[in-house]
Design a protein around this ligand. Structure first.
Ligand SMILES: NC(=O)c1ccc[n+]([C@@H]2O[C@H](COP(=O)([O-])OP(=O)(O)OC[C@H]3O[C@@H](n4cnc5c(N)ncnc54)[C@H](O)[C@@H]3O)[C@@H](O)[C@H]2O)c1
Ligand SMILES: O=c1ccn([C@@H]2O[C@H](COP(=O)(O)OP(=O)(O)O[C@H]3O[C@H](CO)[C@H](O)[C@H](O)[C@H]3O)[C@@H](O)[C@H]2O)c(=O)[nH]1
Length: 327
């Protein structure tokens, strides 16, 4: 059993991470400023309210929590917002991570699992994308995540802090037991937007572009169930705690689904037609992002068993019907 400081543990993926840590016998301690997170999402251990931009608060959190490792989910992650306000993204995501690594160095904590993203690849030059593909982000969000990957490299060389950067593809679904789930305000992700449209909580879903060079003209993505994704984080944390080397790993299934295929799957799961219309392309959307996820399976023994489209949509729908948070 290990004590793990979980930054962003009140957010979508971080809350599932806490559940997975607890299920594996570890003790998550959430560090979050609730900017996009939810107090109701903190269910699996202690919580320290604080901001990554406040180095003193972070140092105090390390003194209080005495963690053996860190899971670092906290970030802002809205691509459109990052284009409009890059300063916010560089300050929060890069400045916040710099403070975190500084506090880790000072507290003598030598293991961190970091949420990176397929957005670090930009317009990929490989299909499917392996970890050695060129990283050339096309928006400030992706650039901020790539900068943190480089910061991790430098802190390892200078201070021996070992890290795993997981490059997530499209995360979807929810805890099947409905304790935690996805709730962003505003929501930009496809699956919750589809379900909000079915539930009448928003106007018809707008499909962003139908003229991409894909079989049905809509963008193709690689969707991974959030519970599978956080299982990889537990395996990664245990890997580092066992003294093993730093890793950079994609997390995805290797299967691509178009926007239309996701909509059709949702209609089938929910048993209703998804109200939808067609809009222009969303700036910055690559046509196709599909992962070569072989390495995570081989190195960590990760097996994403729940990342089946019908299951991801079904779990997200069940959570939407009964579980959502309120502020
Ligand atoms: N959702 C996806 O599909 C996806 C894909 C790739 C990468 N990621 C990455 O995964 C991580 C989690 O994403 P999510 O969808 O759960 O986002 P989220 O917005 O639901 O959660 C982020 C959490 O971090 C907290 N936070 C942000 N800035 C903070 C700060 N300065 N100090 C303290 N807490 C702060 C927020 O309050 C929130 O609870 C992010 O780093 C994101 O970039 C997500
Ligand atoms: O209402 C919507 C919402 C989305 N889409 C489309 O659905 C696809 C998936 O969009 P998401 O917003 O769900 O996901 P992204 O692929 O844009 O982004 C995800 O993957 C990125 C990496 O490429 C980042 O990591 C980001 O944080 C993560 O959410 C895109 O073609 C998007 O344009 C729609 O057509 N309508």
């Amino acid at each position: 059993m290990a004590r793990i400081l979980v930054t962003g543990g009140a957010g979508y993926i971080g809350a599932h991470g806490c559940k997975a840590l607890r299920a594996a016998g570890h003790e998550p301690i959430v560090f979050d400023n609730f900017r996009t997170g939810w107090r109701d999402a903190v269910k699996f251990g202690e919580m320290i309210e604080g901001d990554l931009l406040d180095l003193d608060a972070l140092k105090a959190a390390f003194a209080q929590a005495k963690p053996e490792a860190v899971m670092h989910f906290a970030a802002l992650s809205n691509v459109g917002e990052s284009m409009a306000d890059p300063e916010l993204y560089w300050r929060n995501n890069v400045g916040g991570s710099l403070n975190l690594l500084t506090a880790m160095r000072d507290a003598g904590v030598g293991s961190i699992v970091f949420s990176s993203t397929a957005a670090t690849y930009g317009e990929p030059d490989e299909d499917p994308i392996t970890e050695t593909a060129r990283q050339a982000p096309i928006n400030p969000y992706g650039a901020s995540k790539l900068a943190v990957e480089k910061m991790l490299d430098d802190f390892e060389k200078a201070h021996g802090i070992r890290s795993i950067a997981f490059r997530y593809f499209n995360v979807a679904g929810a805890d099947p037991e409905r304790q935690v789930g996805e709730h962003h305000v505003p929501e930009t992700h496809l699956v919750p937007n589809v379900l909000d449209s079915v539930a009448g909580a928003r106007d018809a879903l707008t499909i962003n572009g139908t003229d991409y060079p894909t079989p049905d003209g809509t963008c193709i993505r690689d969707y991974v169930h959030v519970m599978d994704l956080v299982d990889a984080h537990v395996l990664g944390t245990e890997w580092l705690l066992a003294g093993k080397e730093s890793l950079r790993l994609n997390l995805g299934t290797g299967s691509g689904f178009s926007v239309r295929e996701v909509v059709d799957a949702a209609s089938e799961v929910v048993g209703e037609t998804v109200p939808m219309n067609y809009g222009p392309r969303r700036p910055g959307d690559p046509a196709r992002l599909v992962c070569d996820g072989t390495r995570a399976r081989e190195v960590l023994g990760w097996s994403p068993e729940r990342s089946v489209m019908a299951q991801m949509i079904g779990d997200a729908w069940a959570w939407r019907q009964t579980g959502r948070y309120s502020r």
